[in-house]
Every structure is written in structure tokens, then in C-alpha cells.
Ligand binder design. Sequence first.
Ligand code: CS2
Length: 490
Amino acid sequence: MSNLHLNYESLSNVLDPVKKPQYTPSEHRSGIVHIGIGAFHKAHQAVFTDDVLNMHGGDWRITAVSLRRPDARDQLEKQNSLYTVVEKSDGEISPRIIGAVEKVLVCPEDPQQVINTIASTDIKIVSLTITEKGYCQKNGTLDTSNVDIAHDLNNLSAPKSMPGLIVAACAARKQNNANGFTVLSCDNLPHNGKITQNVVMRFAEKVDAELASWIATHISFCSTMVDRIVPATTSADLDEVKNLIGLADDAAVICEPFRQWVIEDNFVAGRPQWEDAGALLVADVTPYEDMKLRLLNGSHSALAYLGFLSGFDFIHQAIANPRLLALTKKLMDEDVTPTLNVPSGFDLDAYKAIIRTRFANSRVPYKTTQVANDGSQKLPQRILAVADHLISGGKQPAVIPAIIAAWFQFLEGQDTHGEQHTVNDPLANTLCPLALKHKANDTKQVQELVAASQIFPEGLIANTEFINSIEHYLAKFHAKGVLTTLAELN
Ligand code: CS2
């Protein structure tokens, strides 16, 4: 087996029947800067864009930016930024080489280069997958107590945050009398375009009122709903890819065949014809966002916490458990469905069933701990918004208190056998010591975590029945474990 890496030179050696770019990547320039080059971007937006390049060509390749680490650049640089995406499900393995990424820039190494790149009029779109916490927001607007924001307000030539980088690039673009661009948020937040606009505008207002007004007239912010299950790549995946393509690829990603992208169509400087690659361009993405965040991501988080506490390492194992499957169905049907505004003609039952089948795909193993990361950033839109909606309409949620109780127990950082696990969450230093300290007092643990997390809407905090129900589950989970408790519930 060759030790040669995938790159422009070795591309012709890629084994059949692996699909390759139908265009010559080096002949196409970047029209997009993408901030946050993780596995998800490589298997989602970059694939849609690669499809468009295959069909129509154009200067729509992607210059990716990493705001933190050099890893993605180091993997891709030696490969001329080519990499493999392998779609996997039972009975299907479909590898293809993606040529849409032109290069990766590492912001901390040369922030000015990144600013100048976005300031160039070649760039029509700046897209984002920076995870929920990358928005530096609180209640939908800029969190000025965030350390990166405080840093950037004083050091705009070397920004660390997304709002800082976009505002610095806009200042350079304005200086050049250049036109505007579109910011396209691709993270799992509701109204992600609006949130991006809010944080960028608040940041700009703090820097310079004239710049803020330039941004208001020249930059558009589009919301999108993105969907594809893309776990972190493992070294076993890389070995498999090497066999499939006949070359080494350190940047390969594995994903499910399913992909969906719903995009608010409000571009000020043009866009690739993503609709030809299957994207849905709409005036308002809200109904799609709500369905996806609450049904898919909400159930994913439920399976992550309850599944992890039941001893399951992977989501496909958790959903194979009849009690966890029953809870997931209850969450979807009884709690989430009444909160949705379903577009006419949309088959919601089929959508829910497909999500459960996707979770069961054991060929794309997704760790419960990966979904469990950053709960304080994910649960507000996935779970708490649903409970708030129901309770403000006078209805108690059927299973949401159990999911919150599982999150609280997860924050203790040790399982029922006393085995330790790491909690990755920006609020871990605040929440984990409290969870552990009050482990033996369920009432106190709930009170303290609800208060300290600052993510519970007022209506939930004030609803005694709801809070009591979280306590009730927590006490049972502590006493009997999750699966025994759920057996009694069903
Ligand atoms: C997951 C998502 O890790 C997580 O929080 O829920 O990454 C999920 O896999 C994607 O949103 C699917 O589109």
C-alpha cells in the first residue's frame, strides 16, 4: 500500500471507482472564506460547493480559516487541500475526493493575512461553523464579558473572535471602498443569521459608529439550517480510507449519506448555485431550523446524556435500547411536535422516523460524549425552548425533566460506579463543582445548577411542578440508574 499522500500530483492514482473532482481545482479561485474548518464543514458546505464546481465551475472555492489551532492546515497543506469524504450506511460505502477547499489560514499565526483575504473583493461570502460558543453571545446579543471580545476590542489588528475578525475585515474593506459580502452562519443556533448580525453590529458600534453604519448597509447576514451527521474522524477511519482510495489522506472525513441545507436567500454579492446541489433556498428558514434543532439535536442530546449514563458509548447503541427509543419518540411526539410550525405539505412523521433511522446508523458511530459537549450552549435551543413553549401554554412536558436531570448528573463528572469522565463545557468550572458538591441532595443540586447555569428561562424557574419533576428524576437516577427509572416511566 502506497505511503504517498493524496494531492494534485497523485490524484490520477486514486483507485476506481472513487469519484474525483470533474474540474481542475487549481484553475478556480476562492469566492468564499469559511471560518471554522472542522469535519462538519468538510462534509457539508464544502460538498455542496464541490457539487456546484463540478456542474458549473466558477471562482467559488473556499479559503478556510482556523481561529485557533493549526491542525487542519497541517493536514491539508501537504495534500493541496484535497481530502476524501466517505458516505457510509449499511450496505453503502461511497468515497469521493473533494477539491473545493483552496487553502487553510491559521488566524493566530498571521491575523493580518486573514483580514486582508476577507477584505479582497474576490470574497463574496464568509461562512461560519464555529460552534455555539463561537458567537460570544448571551441572550442573542454580544457578551461583552467574554474574554476574546474584551481582547479584540483592544486589539482589532489581531482578532481572536468571529465578531472581532469580521469587523476588522469590514474596516479594511470599507477603507478600500470595496463592496460588501454576505455572512452565512452554519451553526446549530436558531436565527443564526440574526444572532451573527447582532453580535457583529454590537461589536462594530463599540469600535466606530461610522463603520457600524457601513456594515449595516453593505453586509447581509443569512440564516441557514444545516444537517448531516459527521463524527470526529478516528485513526481507524484513516486506515480504511487509505484502502479505499489507495493513498494516504490525513484529512478524510466519514459521514452519513443524508445531507440537508436550507438557506435564507439574501446574498449581496452573488452565490454558488447551491440549489443545483440539493440545497433549499427560502425566504425564511425558521420553521426548518426549529424542526431540526428540536427534533434532531434535541433527541441527540437526550440520547447523549441518558445514553451515556446507561453505559452506552455511542448514539446508535443508545437508540437501539427500547427504553431510550421510547423516550426519544415521546420527546418528539409529545413535547416537540406541539411547538412546531410545520411548512404545509411537509411530512413530519416521515422526518421523525428518518431521524431515528439515521441515529441507528452504526457505520457512522457518533460518541455520546461528543454530543454531550457544551451542554450549556446547546440545551437552551434544543430542550429548554421546547419546555418554555409548552409551559407558557399551560402544559407540562412529558420527558424533558428527565433529560435535564441526566445533564445534571452528567455534570458530576463521574458515573454510577464512580468512574470519572471529562465534562467539556465553557461553564464546566462553575457547574461541575456544584453538581458534585450537592450530589447527595437532589433538591439543592437542582436549585444550584438551575441558578448558576443562567440558561433557564424565567417561566421554567418559576414553575414548581417542572422543577420538582427534574428533582424527581434526579433522585431516581441517583437511586436506581437511568434504565430502571425509564422502565417505570414507560
Ligand atoms: C450533534 C450535532 O454534536 C452534536 O451536538 O447534535 O453535531 C449533529 O450531529 C448535527 O447537527 C447533525 O446535523
